[in-house]
Design a protein around this ligand. Structure first.
Ligand SMILES: Cc1ncc(COP(=O)(O)O)c(C=O)c1O
Length: 178
């Protein structure tokens, strides 16, 4: 516990259990990640702490956001996060939530099973979305040539490779810290 939190608890004596977060610590952690992982595009997992103050802070620090539900999409958008900075990830997404995300302009989706990929492909009527495999296994499920390599190239550029027996999507690998 840092001094500021200790003082806050002493001054306010909040009912327990409670969670007290020092936003400066969050900012510092984000900046450290940026410094030591300069090639990574960082997506903050909103589920880790969906406090609007945390989202606003990370928005201002130019973070990207990993959301797992419609509520988290709304929270980010209401706080002024552009949909291009949002990735919709969740092991099992509701089809109506995928449609909602598309409608909001979210075009990046993380998945790691064929069933999820098929849901995304169904929602992809306009062909505007880009899907992101969340693991090497998921990437190779889409395309055997889409296996990730931990290179800057792989972090920046999606691998555009398709198989005729798979849903028609492109595979990319993301390197996410949260
Ligand atoms: C598609 C997908 N798979 C798996 C996970 C779980 O990830 P982890 O094992 O890192 O908690 C998530 C969490 O966001 C996810 O979006």
């Amino acid at each position: 516990m840092n001094k500021r939190i200790a003082k806050f608890l002493a001054d306010n004596q909040p009912e327990t259990p409670c969670l007290v977060v020092d936003l400066d610590v969050v900012a510092q952690a984000y900046k450290l990640l940026r410094r030591y992982m300069p090639l990574a595009k960082i997506f903050y997992a909103v589920k880790a702490n969906p406090a609007p103050e945390v989202v606003a802070l990370l928005r201002d620090l130019e973070s990207n956001f990993d959301v797992a539900s419609r509520n988290e999409i709304d929270l980010c958008l209401e706080r002024g996060v552009a949909p291009e900075r949002i990735s919709f990830g969740n092991t099992i997404k509701k089809e109506r939530d995928i449609a909602y995300a598309f409608g909001c302009g979210v075009t990046l989706y993380a998945f790691d099973s064929q069933a999820e990929l098929e849901k995304l492909a169904r929602a992809e009527n306009s062909g505007q979305s880009r899907h992101t495999a969340s693991s090497p296994a998921a990437a190779s499920a889409i395309s055997p040539r889409a296996r990730p390599t931990p290179s800057a190239e792989a972090a920046r550029e999606p691998t555009m490779s398709q198989r005729s027996d798979r849903p028609s999507v492109s595979a990319a690998t993301r390197w996410v810290s949260s």
